[in-house]
Design a protein around this ligand. Structure first.
Ligand code: PLP
Length: 285
């Protein structure tokens, strides 16, 4: 695989980052994942805008190549022959060559920019989406700025492990009795035709797929309510699903051992998945 590191396209084994890099020592980095379908980038503008926002919120310098990111994404897709898959991008604050809690002066360091591809043939036609997935709920004990897409992913990782141990696929996070989001996705339920998903705030990541799916839902005259919901409400809903750049719209058929609806992917989730795939591929760049 050819990867990108600070201006160079390199074989993955030759791409090296300093042990003093703050993403390694302090999780001082932000990231984006953009999916590729039919060799085209999906929702690229949204991911780029969110990256810029994450950098601003953390007073992190933009990497020099910021304005070339579209070209870099496209070049990696081409070099690695990606038809369906993902591009991972990470920017860290870099390092001034020592470990220090205080941010280094911007004159002393440059951000580290890394991109690599992940080939995932069959991403759009995922058989898992036809069956739906099972989630458990766990307490949300992450930090208070979940709207910033940082690389602090230890707790989400532990949540996925807890789900796996319980024979499930993912965990939904609960704070003050209400679902915030999934470990790596935004959570939704459907009741009497209304799509319900938590409102945007610092408590959740502002999903790029969420924004697109809600826009498509409203365009298709579906009712949308942006508000928190509980696990009990989700278990009693007609349908549940989640969205993310790498799984698009994913039906959730079981929550903490209770079937949602008839335990099969529901019509709203199926329809939104179809619309999202069709529209986002059409507008892919
Ligand atoms: N919420 C969290 C915590 C995430 O990590 C992600 C994606 O990685 C999402 C939501 C979904 O965001 P997007 O649709 O932009 O991939």
């Amino acid at each position: 695989r050819t990867v990108y590191l600070n201006g160079e396209y390199l074989p993955e084994t030759e791409a090296k980052v300093s042990i003093f890099d703050r993403s390694f020592l302090m999780a001082d980095g932000v990231y984006e994942v953009t999916s590729v379908l039919g060799g085209k980038l999906i929702d690229f503008d949204g991911h780029l805008a969110r990256l810029e926002r994450s950098l601003n919120e953390l007073d992190m310098e933009k990497p020099e190549a910021f304005d070339d990111l579209l070209d870099i994404h496209r070049k990696l897709v081409e070099l690695n022959g990606i038809d369906e898959g993902m591009i991972y991008l990470q920017v860290s604050r870099g390092s001034a060559g020592d470990r220090d809690f205080v941010f280094p002066d911007p004159e002393e360091t440059k951000p580290t920019l890394v991109l690599f591809t992940q080939n995932k043939p069959g991403l759009a036609d995922n058989p898992v989406a036809k069956k739906g997935i099972k989630v458990i709920s766990i307490e949300d004990i992450r930090w208070g700025r979940r709207d910033i897409k940082t690389v602090q992913l230890l707790y989400p990782s532990m949540g996925k492990m807890a789900a796996k141990k319980a024979g499930c696929d993912d965990a939904w996070l609960v704070e003050d009795g209400q679902v915030t989001e999934g470990t790596s996705n935004n959570a939704y339920i459907v009741k009497d035709g209304t799509i319900i998903t938590r409102n945007l705030s610092q408590d959740i990541l502002h999903g790029i797929t969420r924004a697109a799916v809600l826009r498509f839902a409203r365009e298709a005259q579906m009712q949308v309510e942006e508000r928190p919901f509980t696990i009990a409400e989700a278990q009693a809903a007609d349908e549940a699903f989640y969205t993310s750049a790498s799984s698009f719209v994913m039906p959730v058929v079981e929550i903490d051992g209770t079937k949602v609806g008839d335990g099969k992917p529901g019509p709203v989730a199926k329809r939104l998945r179809e619309i999202y795939l069709e529209e986002s591929v059409k507008s892919g760049i």
